[in-house]
Design a binder for this molecule. Structure first.
Ligand SMILES: [Zn+2]
Length: 289
C-alpha cells in the first residue's frame, strides 16, 4: 500500500483525520510544515492546477520530496482538483503521491469513465500515485463569497447517497473518495457555512469501503468537523482560511512598514499566520492535541 494511504488509514483507526493544506508558494509550505512537525502528525500539501502551474509541477515534487528526505517525515504531495486525464497523467509522471480527478460536474457515467482511466494509468505507472475522485458538486473556488455556489449539493436531497458511493468505487477502483456531505469550497463572508450531514458520512464510509476526504473544510464549525471525523472522514482539506491569513499578514506588514521591500521580511509574519491556522485545524482533526 502507498505511504499516503497507509497514513490515512492509520488516522481512521485512531479516530483522527490527516490535514490537507494548499500552498501557492514556499512560504505557505513552511508555515504548514513547521506546525505539522511540531505536532508530529502526517501532513498533505495540496496544489490545485493553478497553484502547481504557478510553482512548477516538477518543482512541487522536488520541494516536498526534499522535506520528506531531509526530515525523514511523512509529508506528501497531492494534485488537488484536476479536471482532465491529461493533467492527472502529468502529475503521475512527475511523481506526485496522490491526485484528485474531479469529475463532479460530469454525469455519473462520465465521472466513472474518466476516474477509471486515471486509476488504470496510475496502476500501470507503478502505483506510486493514489487516486481520489469526487462525487457531488460542491462549488469550485477557494474564495470568500456572499452566497452559496450555484448548484452545490448541500441539502439532504442533493448530497451523495451510500449507493452512489458504493457503485462508484466498485466501477472505478478509486483509492479515496470525496462525497458531497454538506460543505462547499470557499467560505461565506458572513461566517456561516452549511451544516455537515454526519449520518450520511457514516453510511457512505461503510458503503464506499475506501477512506473519505472532506473538502471545503474552511469555515465549518469545529464541532461539525469533529463529528465528521468520528463518522468516518480520514482526510480534511483546508485552503481558503490559509489564503486569507496569508494575505492579511502581508497587508499588516505593509501597514507597519511602508518602506519594506525584502520579501523575506514582509512575508515572515505570513508564514507564522499560516501556521496559526494549521495549528488550530490540526488540534481539531486530532482531537487529542
Ligand atoms: Zn476541494
Amino acid at each position: 500500500m502507498s505511504e499516503i494511504l497507509k497514513h490515512v488509514k492509520e488516522a481512521e483507526e485512531k479516530g483522527v483525520a490527516v490535514g490537507h493544506f494548499n500552498i501557492s508558494n514556499i512560504e505557505m509550505m513552511w508555515g504548514i510544515f513547521n506546525v505539522a512537525r511540531k505536532y508530529e502528525v502526517p501532513v498533505v500539501i495540496g496544489v490545485s492546477e493553478g497553484e502547481r502551474d504557478f510553482i512548477g509541477v516538477e518543482q512541487c515534487v522536488a520541494l516536498i520530496r526534499s522535506l520528506r528526505e531531509k526530515y525523514d517525515y511523512p509529508v506528501f504531495l497531492n494534485a488537488d482538483h484536476t479536471y482532465s486525464f491529461e493533467r492527472v497523467k502529468e502529475v503521475i509522471d512527475a511523481g506526485f503521491d496522490s491526485a484528485i480527478i474531479d469529475g463532479a460536474q460530469l454525469s455519473f457515467e462520465e465521472n466513472v469513465e474518466v476516474t477509471r482511466k486515471c486509476v488504470e494509468y496510475a496502476r500501470e505507472a507503478g502505483g506510486h500515485t493514489v487516486i481520489e475522485a469526487e462525487i457531488g458538486y460542491i462549488g469550485k473556488s477557494s474564495q470568500l463569497f456572499d452566497e452559496l455556489p450555484e448548484g452545490a449539493a448541500v441539502t439532504e436531497e442533493m448530497i451523495t447517497t451510500p449507493e452512489e458511493a458504493r457503485k462508484f468505487v466498485e466501477e472505478t477502483g478509486v483509492d479515496m473518495l470525496a462525497p458531497a456531505v454538506g460543505t462547499v469550497h470557499g467560505m461565506m463572508r458572513k461566517g456561516f457555512n452549511p451544516k455537515l450531514h454526519i449520518d450520511a458520512i457514516r453510511r457512505i464510509r461503510e458503503a464506499a469501503g475506501v477512506p473519505l476526504v472532506l473538502h471545503g473544510g474552511s469555515g465549518s464549525s469545529d464541532g461539525d468537523v469533529r463529528d465528521a471525523v468520528e463518522a468516518g472522514i480520514g482526510m480534511i482539506h483546508v485552503s481558503t482560511e490559509i489564503r486569507v491569513a496569508f494575505r492579511k499578514a502581508i497587508e499588516k506588514a505593509f501597514e507597519e512598514d511602508g518602506e519594506v521591500v525584502a520579501p523575506y521580511k514582509y512575508m515572515k509574519g505570513a508564514v507564522e499566520e499560516v501556521g496559526r491556522v494549521v495549528e488550530e485545524k490540526l488540534k481539531v482533526f486530532n482531537n487529542t492535541l
